[in-house]
Design a protein around this ligand. Sequence first.
Ligand code: PEP
Length: 253
Amino acid sequence: MKILAGNWKMNTTFEEGYNLIEALKNELSPERLGDVVVVLAPPVVQLTQAIDLLIDYPEMAVAAQNGHAKDSGAYTGEVSMAQLADAGADAVLIGHSERRQYFGETDQDVNAKVHAALNHELRPIVCVGEVLAERQSGDHLAIVEKQLRAAVAGVTPDLAENLVLAYEPVWAIGTGETATAAQAQEMHAHLRGVLRDLYGDLAQYLPILYGGSCKPSNGAELFAQPDVNGGLIGGASLVAADFIALVDQLQKA
Ligand code: PEP
């Protein structure tokens, strides 16, 4: 499965979100999408607007950007995985580097959220990636492997088939810096090997997305790598023409 996911982060008004989705619906016919599944992650207040607008577009799914691991309770300001599923979301981003960096999310939090999402039939899009100093240390493969193993600890093979992984080098997110296609492939192949160790043959079917300043000028080369099954797109997902161009590149890859 190929996936192009758009992470809108804390951007867009209701009207901007509406216009963006309408623009995508107008252009992205099932024929044009081919085997690409689009996932849109709007701000949580616009989740139901997105779900309603895409009700007749099963090839475009809606994800939340975060969710709480507990089903309910006294957690002011939080929204649970159970509530996201109840609202009609299909998927949820978990462990995005901005959640780890600004909101103190740990590998243990990420693991609890992955279990909660799977329990509520939300597809977890699990984000992992190293910071610049970690890459410069040369230990980036081991560091990201550790994040992945922690994130999916205790996830049994029957549930693992719903996992989506996103490799996002933190030094490339929102910076304009992109990992080279070779750097992305090296990490994706390594993570595929970890998934094979954990889940055997299933690993070849689990999508591993690349994220980090992916845009039309570099998408085709990244998507052409054998272990890159799509993209998690931040900035370029806010511009309909750019996101559509990335869909086309992924479809042709
Ligand atoms: C992201 O937020 O997941 C991301 C990859 O952002 P950007 O594309 O803007 O680097």
